[in-house]
Design a protein around this ligand. Structure first.
Ligand SMILES: [Zn+2]
Length: 234
């Protein structure tokens, strides 16, 4: 039996562990945050701030309007109660009242426009609240499935870890060290290359007949002269 055979079996487990662990991280992330919910929440905060600003403006405009109304009323009272002594005073007061009424008309128009803006902002805010509720509901529904997937992945990982432990026990320590070092070094995590048509299955390098023989029955591991991986005869 090739010395590389148990390492090849170990690699199959390790590659599956890599995949399962990566998927588990993705599932955990998807259970922690959801882009659609986060986006809807950001939009809601913006809408709330805009609505709050307009609602403060509305209150301040209402106070201004009341103050204008009070001033007009106060002047008209003076006019009708016959408290005015001179014609000049009368003309001044009438002018003052006219000016206040013009201001009041302009103010009412402004208040009307502002009220429409506030209504629109309130509608947007309500829609954003609905979007948050809707996206949260969808996410929660997705989470049910995600939790199932997470449980399956955890089972797969622990089963593979147990198998890995068992296989590793039967491999000489020195071979295991070479394998682990190669897996760390290679970005793909592939340390063992299967021979295909007497060539390295990964880099294509054709080993010498001596190296081929070593890969098949040798007492030490055969290393590919092309990519440095352990050669495993299929
Ligand atoms: Zn190679």
């Amino acid at each position: 039996m090739s010395k590389a055979e148990p390492l090849y079996r170990l690699q199959l487990l390790d590659l599956d562990l890599d995949t399962a662990r990566k998927q588990l991280r993705e599932v955990e992330a998807a259970l922690t945050t959801n882009p659609a919910v986060a986006h809807a929440q950001t939009e809601l905060v913006k809408a709330q701030q805009a609505q709050h600003k307009l609602s403060l403006e509305a209150k301040s405009l209402e106070l201004e309007g009341r103050s204008l109304y009070d001033k007009i009323k106060e002047n008209e009272d003076r006019l009708y109660k016959g408290l005015i002594k001179t014609p000049k005073e009368l003309i001044d007061l009438q002018r003052e009242i006219e000016m206040l009424k013009r201001n009041s008309a302009t103010h009412e128009e402004k208040q009307f426009t502002q009220m429409l803006a506030l209504e629109e902002a309130t509608t947007i805010m309500t829609n954003c609240e609905a979007a948050v509720a809707q996206s949260t509901k969808h996410w929660q529904e997705d989470c049910v499935e995600l939790r199932n997937v997470r449980a399956q992945l955890k089972d797969r990982i622990s089963a593979n870890e147990e198998r890995r432990e068992a296989i590793s026990m039967a491999i000489p320590r020195a071979d295991l060290n070479i394998y682990v070092a190669l897996r760390t070094k290679k970005a793909s995590g592939i340390a063992v290359a299967m021979l295909k048509n007497n060539g390295c299955g990964l880099c294509g390098e054709e080993p010498s007949s001596v190296l081929l023989q070593q890969a098949r029955t040798g007492a030490t591991l055969a290393i590919c002269t092309g990519c440095g991986r352990i050669l495993f005869p299929s």
